[in-house]
Design a protein around this ligand. Structure first.
Ligand code: ACM
Ligand code: ZN
Length: 524
C-alpha cells in the first residue's frame, strides 16, 4: 500500500512537472497549480477554449462503476471536457479540479488539455469549527463550506456546545437558547490564560484580562440547521454535530444548574465567561440529567441525518463526581470502582441509546478508556501518554488496534487554531504557538498505525478551536494556507512530502483565495 502510494506520488510529481513545463512553454498555463495533487496527471498539448468559467463550463458526464467512490477521470481535449465517475461526488470533485486548471484569457477561459485520474486516499476529510467559544453564524459557515468543497473536504464537524456557549435551540429546554447561548463578559483581546488550582486541588483557568461586553444570545434554530445541512449536502459535505458530554457542560448548567452535582456552585443564568476546563460537569447520578441528555440527543437525531453523532467526551474532571452522593450511589449500583468509569458508563449508555435510532457515537479519545462498543468511532487528539485531564490515554493507533474506527487529529499537527508562529503575525493572540505550514504538511494519519489495522483509520481533520478566533477574518487567517496541507494529506496522502513543490502550488492557491477576499496568512 505504502509502496503503491510512493510510486503514484513520484509518478504524479514527475508528470506534473512535465505538465507545468509544457504549459509554461506554450504560455497557456504558466500558473497551473493543483491542490490536492491528483493521483495521476497526464498532460496533452493544446487547450479547450470556452466563454464559461469552471463553475458553468459544459462538461460531458459519463458513468463508470469501476471508478472508486468520490473519484473521477477527466479528459480535457480541444473539443471539450469529459468526466467519468461512479457517483455525483466524483463529478463534483472533477469540477473543483477544473477550477484550478482554468486560466482567464482576454476573451473567456482556457483549459489546458490533460487527462486526470483521481480518487481520495481517505474517506474522512474533516474540518472542525468550534462555535461554542465564538459564534460565527450562518454566513461564515456557508463561506467555510464553499472553501472546504474547493479543496475536497467532505466532513464538517460542527462543535455546537461548550462551557462558554450552547449554540443549538432545543425547544423542550428553552433556557439553552435564552441563557446558555450567552455570557456576560469574555476574555479580552490580547489576554492569556493563567492556570491555578482551587481549594480542592481542581485545575482553574483565569484570563489575564476580561472585557465587560455581553456576548450573545447566539444560537442556531432548526431552520438554520436545515439551511446549513442543505448547503453542505449540495457540496458533498456531511455535517457531524457534536454535543459535549459529560464535560464542557458549563453553559448548559448555567441554564439548568439542577443537572450538575452541586447547583449552588453555578452562577445561574449564563454560560461560563472564561476559557479553560471546568469541574462543573453533568451529574452522572441524577436520572433527570440523563433524561435531559437523551432528550437533547433525540432532538439532534431529528435535526441531523448524520449516522454519526459526536458526543465529545474530552477533558472531563471527575472531582465533583467524587464528592456527589448521587454519583457515588450510581457507581455503587453499577459496580464501578474508578471515577473515570462513570464516563465510560454514560458513553455506553448513549451508544446504546443512539444505536436504537440507528446512529453511531463518536467521541474524543477519552471515550476509548473502557470497553465501549466497537461501533464507537474515536477521535484521537492527545499525543503524549499523560496529557490532558483524562486518565489512561488511548492513542490513535491503540484505538485502531482495539478495533475502533478512528479519525486522527493530533493537536500538535492539526489544531490550526494554534498560531503559525511567525513573528509578524498580526493575530498573535493564541496562547500556544508554532504550528507552521511546513509542520502541518508532515501530518500523516497513518503514522504509527500497524499495517493490519490501517483500514480502521477513516482519515483526519483539522480543528479550529474558537477561544482566540473572534470572527471570520481570524478564522480564515488560522485556517489558510494550512488547510491546503490537510487537503493534500487527506486526499492525496503523498508518501514523500515535497514541501517546496507543495509551497509553489500553495502560493498560487493563496493568491486565488486572497482574490476571493479570504484572509489567507503567509506561506510560513
Ligand atoms: C480537545 O482539544 N479538548 C478535544
Ligand atoms: Zn453528581
Amino acid at each position: 500500500m505504502k509502496v503503491e502510494r510512493a510510486k503514484l506520488t513520484i509518478c504524479a510529481c514527475v508528470v506534473l512537472a512535465a505538465f507545468l513545463a509544457t504549459f509554461a512553454a506554450e504560455g497557456t498555463c504558466a500558473d497551473c497549480a493543483l491542490i490536492p495533487m491528483p493521483r495521476e496527471v497526464s498532460p496533452r498539448t493544446g487547450a479547450y477554449l470556452s466563454a464559461e468559467g469552471a463553475e458553468t463550463v459544459g462538461v460531458k458526464r459519463l458513468a463508470d462503476a469501476t471508478i472508486p467512490a468520490e473519484g473521477y477521470r477527466m479528459v480535457v481535449a480541444e473539443d471539450g471536457i469529459t468526466v467519468w465517475s461512479s457517483d455525483d461526488a466524483g463529478a463534483f470533485y472533477a469540477r473543483q479540479t477544473l477550477r484550478q486548471l482554468a486560466q482567464k484569457k482576454a476573451k473567456g477561459w482556457s483549459y489546458p488539455c490533460v487527462e486526470i485520474r483521481d480518487a481520495p486516499a481517505f474517506r474522512w476529510r474533516g474540518v472542525l469549527l468550534d462555535e461554542g467559544r465564538h459564534f460565527f453564524g450562518k454566513e461564515t459557515v456557508r463561506k467555510l463550506l464553499d472553501l472546504m468543497a474547493m479543496y475536497k473536504f467532505n466532513v464538517f464537524h460542527w462543535h455546537l456546545t461548550e462551557d462558554q456557549g450552547w449554540r443549538l435551540d432545543v425547544p423542550k429546554y428553552p433556557k439553552l437558547a435564552q441563557m446558555a447561548s450567552m455570557r456576560l463578559r469574555s476574555p479580552a483581546h490580547g489576554s492569556h490564560l493563567q492556570r491555578g488550582k482551587d481549594a480542592d486541588g481542581a485545575r482553574t483557568y483565569t484570563s489575564s484580562e476580561m472585557n465587560t461586553q455581553k456576548y450573545g444570545p447566539f444560537f442556531y434554530t432548526a431552520d438554520d440547521v436545515k439551511e446549513i445541512l442543505a448547503y453542505a449536502e449540495a457540496r458533498h459535505i456531511r455535517v457531524v454535530p457534536e454535543i459535549e458530554l459529560p464535560g464542557h457542560a458549563r453553559a448548559a448548567l448555567g441554564a439548568y444548574p439542577e443537572f450538575s452535582c452541586f447547583p449552588e456552585r453555578i452562577p445561574a443564568g449564563s454560560a461560563a465567561d472564561d476559557w479553560g476546563i471546568f469541574r462543573d460537569v453533568f451529574c452522572m447520578g441524577n436520572d433527570e440529567t440523563i433524561h435531559f441528555l437523551e432528550d437533547v440527543l433525540d432532538y439532534v437525531c431529528e435535526l441531523f441525518p448524520s449516522p454519526i453523532i459526536h458526543i465529545g467526551g474530552d477533558e472531563c474532571p471527575t472531582i465533583n463526581w467524587s464528592k456527589c452522593p448521587k454519583c457515588q450511589a450510581r457507581m455503587k449500583k453499577e459496580g464501578l470502582t474508578k471515577l473515570s468509569e462513570l464516563q465510560i458508563w454514560i458513553t455506553k449508555h448513549m451508544a446504546e441509546h443512539l444505536a436504537k435510532k440507528g446512529r453511531r457515537i463518536m467521541g474524543w479519545d477519552e471515550i476509548l478508556n473502557g470497553d465501549v462498543p466497537k461501533t464507537a468511532i474515536g477521535q484521537s487528539w492527545r499525543v503524549a501518554a499523560k496529557e490532558g485531564a483524562g486518565t489512561d490515554h488511548v492513542s490513535g493507533a491503540q484505538g485502531a488496534v482495539k478495533g475502533h474506527e478512528m479519525v486522527m487529529s493530533p493537536h500538535n499537527l492539526t489544531y490550526y487554531s494554534y498560531q503559525q508562529g511567525f513573528e509578524e503575525d498580526p493575530f498573535r493572540r493564541a496562547p500556544k504557538g508554532g504550528l507552521s505550514l511546513e509542520a502541518a504538511y508532515t501530518f500523516d494519519p497513518l503514522a504509527g498505525v500497524p499495517e493490519e489495522v490501517r483500514g480502521k483509520v477513516l482519515g483526519g481533520q483539522c480543528c479550529l478551536w474558537g477561544e482566540y478566533l473572534w470572527n471570520e477574518y481570524d478564522l480564515a487567517w488560522r485556517m489558510w494556507p494550512r488547510a491546503f496541507a490537510m487537503s493534500e494529506i487527506l486526499w492525496s496522502a503523498p508518501a514523500k512530502r515535497d514541501f517546496e513543490a507543495f509551497s509553489r502550488r500553495a502560493a498560487v492557491e493563496r493568491r486565488r483565495l486572497i482574490s476571493m477576499g479570504v484572509n489567507c496568512a503567509p506561506l510560513k
